[in-house]
Write a protein that binds this ligand. Sequence first.
Ligand SMILES: Nc1ncnc2c1ncn2[C@@H]1O[C@H](COP(=O)(O)OP(=O)(O)OP(=O)(O)O)[C@@H](O)[C@H]1O
Length: 866
Amino acid sequence: MSKTKSAETPLMQQHGAIKARYPDAILLFRVGDFYETFGSDAVVAAGVLGITLTKRNNGSADNELAGFPHHALDTYLHKLVRAGYRVAICDQLEDPKTVKGIVKRGVTEMVTPGTATNDKLLEHASNNFLAALHLEKDGTYGAAFLDISTGEFFVAQGDREYADKLLMGFRPAEVIFQRQLQKRFKEEFGTRFYTYTLDEWIFAQAYSEESLLKHFDTHSLKGFGVEGMTAALVAAGAILHYLKDTEHPNLQHITSLQRIDQAGHLWLDRFTIRNLELLHSPVENGATLLKTLDNTVTPMGARLLKRWIVFPLVDPARINERLDVVEHLLLHAELREKTLHALRQCGDLERLVSKIPLRKINPRELLQLARALRQVAVIKGLWSGSDAPYLDRLADALNPCTRMADKIVATIMDNPPAVAAKGGFVAPAVNEELDSWRYIAHNGKEYLAQLQQAESEKTGIPSLKIGFNNVFGYYLEVTNTHKDKVPPEWIRKQTLANCERYITPELKDYEEKIMGAEEKMLAIELQLFDALLHELHDYLGHIQTDASILASLDCLCCFAQNALQYNYKKPLLHEGDALEIKQGRHPVIERQLPPGEAYVANDLLLDKEEQQIIILTGPNMSGKSALLRQTALITLMAHMGSFVPAESARVPLTDKIFTRVGASDNLSAGESTFMVEMNETASIINNVSPRCLILLDEIGRGTSTYDGISIAWSIAEFLHNAPERPKTFFATHYHELNELEGKLERVRNFHVTNREIGGKIIFLRQLAPGGSTHSFGIHVARMAGMPPELVARAKEVLTQLEAKPVAEGPGAQLKELSGPKVQLSIFDAHSQTFDAIRTLLESLDINRLTPVEALMKLNEIKGLLR
Ligand SMILES: Nc1ncnc2c1ncn2[C@@H]1O[C@H](COP(=O)(O)OP(=O)(O)OP(=O)(O)O)[C@@H](O)[C@H]1O
């Protein structure tokens, strides 16, 4: 806006002063019944919201203007925030009727993607986390995640990779961090998140601690078990600061900090979360583990399930607690059904509680909250004394807050309106004064009806009507035909085309009473509502605990339902090494198969003594990836406390699951495929542990055949020889890797069976010992609808390649299409080339190798092959 201040109207001066305090937000400026935007804000708002952009003269210059009615705020706010804008809502802080001159205005709330509390901005089955990251000098990342709509506040700290994993798991809607870290953040975590930066001083340890102590009103944070988590607490403090900055003063529902312990959860890095398609599918609306397992009946259960999936447990006692409850619920159908019935009526108790301090709860929701508490009482009754100890404990911790629930039910009438501001929601017989005003209001209106009839009879004006308008209140309306019958004492107020309007002293008297009654009734109702909310503040902690127990129970019931519906079995978690799955299935694929097609179940054994590494070969499309992933998913589900898709499963306690998929399976935009593949694999090599499970799917295929085989070979060798002996399942098209079985003690070859009938391949999908020698890629090409002449030519080339050694092949470029015979000659143990490659690989310290150095080494290996 390019005007001088003196020439601006007072309204625009006020706008300018407020806007200056929120320069990076769209300022919604309340003027009467509208929210207006001005200048550049108006240009953005008009573009995003599709509302009309106009220009008006504000004293000295034209100013863009775009506005919308105040009651449409929710809708438009949602659009602006979704479009990635920060929005400051500036309201009138005084009643314009009582003020002469300009009304006082101020920002009452700032809405950013991570601080949204509005129902329209929230997805009921997803948390909406605001994250803060803090980097200590020693490289430790502190992270805090707050969902202001539920009050959940988590803290964690660890290295960069852990921070990355947390970000992947929580998927925050907004991440805040120090301004100076902007470049580094982008390099380390990419551009996936909506970010906002803050001044450095906000991340000072003393300041954060002070904010936290003040917020929780304690002398120390010991009670939260977060001692020593300096970096994480700095991040948590930054969140509190940010909330203050964005005008969120009412945070009494944030009652505790929860620590996320790296050691307390099975580690899934972000590649694994992505590769296993746990929460998201690369295809729009594609199936995920979450969608497959989510049979929850409350929004809080759905949100918790997501966390259980990305943060599986490692403590066998806690896992077994969950498994035992699932078993108990499975065995006791009536208990399960009754619990589910009660849960269904609880709604989103967790978000309802948070609306209390935020003053966003309405009478209908308050009644819903009380009804949910009644269900808490039902559930408590159902499980108290249960012979499943965990259920009994949960029941004991439930608090139905009976007195409070009774009070709400007694105060709020049945089917109350959804808005408090207009009143009409307090039940009869709650407040005597309210009842007496209601009587007057009700009977006053009736009186007006009687008056209308009496006056009509008295004057002989049959069409006489009593009406009301905001200018002069109640009036008697007489059509022009009967004008001459109007008594002289009536006072004329308005003349319209075909009628006239009059008032009388009697009418005015009643009007005052009625109007007064309505105002008084509203004041009393709002005051009663306020008192209820105030009283509820003492119950916030209890109700939040209830909500979190209900969420857990919802997830456990969901596991029991899944077990019943999809035939999942209780896994046996054990401290040994062997992973032994009998008739395992892929939980997601088995539900996607067309009707009539059954999923082929398979047995699998991985251990440390005999079968540490399985090299899995088989035709394209035969089910290799499915087998790999089902092994990971069964292990993961067991650690969540869920039953698993198998006839039986002995699952060793596992601390990390790594899955890596060869780059060409995983072409996401903008990533250099082979480099990504190598980066991802390097992070496994550097993090193997004795209890980890590694699944490699066609690693090495992002580069040329020889490079790929060399890399795959050396990775398998490295993992075999690692002292941790990580259990590894390696699917590959490189049949050459089958030679490893003869060279390394604990490597076993398996293949997925198929049968060729009449030139066609039938997938039997059975896992069987031994390697396979064909990829049947050409069969798949035919199945995919490639022209017959192309398929025939491919067969021809393949036959040629299989018949000739590389040096005599049909052209240098066809080396990349090498067939089995060719490759065997390279990896013949007596081959000099092989020896040279081997010596080179053995001299490498993979732990120290950077990706670029790895590429240079690959080039060197390639040179040896020429
Ligand atoms: N055990 C099974 N039972 C029934 N159908 C299966 C089974 N395993 C896989 N499938 C089906 O076959 C398809 C291909 O499986 P998958 O992707 O695992 O094959 P692949 O061997 O890894 O193939 P490629 O080598 O081409 O990547 C799956 O999408 C699924 O529909």
